[in-house]
Write a protein that binds this ligand. Structure first.
Ligand SMILES: NC(=O)c1ccc[n+]([C@@H]2O[C@H](COP(=O)([O-])OP(=O)(O)OC[C@H]3O[C@@H](n4cnc5c(N)ncnc54)[C@H](OP(=O)(O)O)[C@@H]3O)[C@@H](O)[C@H]2O)c1
Length: 273
């Protein structure tokens, strides 16, 4: 009996691809890598450099793709897809639900199995307990490669539909960007009244946002329904005041987009056009 870990191939050695390859090597998986800028393979100690994409795919039962975007990934993988027959392709390039379903169709047509993934981590966290990665695709395929994928971060299988992974990935990013937009506007507003933005951030904004996240996220729902207990008519007036005051203070208007979302929800709930 052998404890040898299965080999893995990684296509794409940007910041994230290098982190993925490094984590696989640290976990003991012989790793073959291909990248357009071939020298980047030298930054991943222990990786075997493939000279072509076909050679990389042929080197392992499992190939992980992590490139800039779906269109780059398609241009790189498609011409070599014949080599995928009988293998598994996991695409960790950020994409969209419809793009993932299109990928699956094309890859399955080449006799391979396909999983789509969404990485919820910075490259530095890959391989650690705090990193997690969403996967969508046939459960049997996921279970086949699950223990290998664990080397990258906690794998979370969402279901058979490959579109689930990019959908969940984008949803978490939306939550993050919403927070960022709120924080950015808050800091600009405090600076506009002559406040100390850094003390405000440290002592007030961060604790406030931390305490409000469960409340705000917990109240969200797919229909955008606002409960009466929120007093949406009052909130609509308050948001209008906030927008007008912000404008008068000279805060850049492009920082207020998130306030318009809430204003529209409150107005609709209050029956105000
Ligand atoms: N970095 C993060 O924090 C993070 C977090 C979650 C998810 N992701 C996702 O991971 C994916 C990769 O991100 P990254 O941080 O590794 O990006 P990156 O450092 O910019 O690397 C981009 C990769 O795509 C390749 N590439 C770009 N244009 C190409 C082209 N025209 N032809 C061939 N190869 C091309 C680059 O090759 P060269 O080296 O030759 O330029 C490199 O391998 C993205 O989809 C990103 O959304 C990243």
């Amino acid at each position: 009996m052998t404890n040898a870990k299965p080999p893995v191939s990684v296509i794409g050695l940007g910041a994230m691809g290098r982190a993925l390859a490094g984590a696989l090597l640290s976990a003991g998986h012989p790793t073959t890598a291909w990248n357009r800028t071939a020298e980047k393979a030298d930054q991943v100690a222990g990786a075997r450099r493939a000279t072509t994409v076909e050679e990389a795919i042929a080197g392992s039962e499992l190939t992980i793709v992590c490139l800039l975007d779906d269109s780059v990934a398609r241009d790189i993988v498609e011409p070599a897809a014949g080599a995928l027959d009988g293998r598994v392709l996991v695409n960790l390039t950020s994409g969209s639900p419809i793009g993932a379903r299109d990928w699956e169709e094309r890859i399955v047509a080449h006799g391979a199995a396909y999983l789509d993934g969404g990485i919820i981590a910075m490259p530095e966290a890959i391989g650690s307990a705090e990193a997690f990665i969403f996967y969508g695709g046939e459960e049997g395929v996921f279970r086949r490669v699950e223990s290998t994928l664990t080397a990258l971060g906690r794998p979370i299988w969402l279901g058979d539909d490959v579109g689930l992974a990019p959908g969940y990935d984008m949803a978490l990013l939306s939550g993050m960007y919403g927070l960022y937009a709120g924080a950015q506007h808050a800091v600009a507003l405090v600076a506009s009244v002559g406040g100390d933005a850094s003390a405000f951030t440290r002592e007030l904004l961060v604790p406030w946002m931390e305490s409000m996240v469960p409340f705000a996220a917990g109240a969200a729902n797919p229909e955008g329904y606002v409960p009466d207990s929120f007093n949406p008519a009052m909130q609509a007036v308050s948001l209008t005041n906030l927008l007008e005051a912000s404008d008068v203070q000279g805060v850049r208007q492009d920082l207020t987009g998130h306030l318009h979302v809430s204003l529209n929800l409150m107005r609709r709930a209050a029956g105000v056009a």
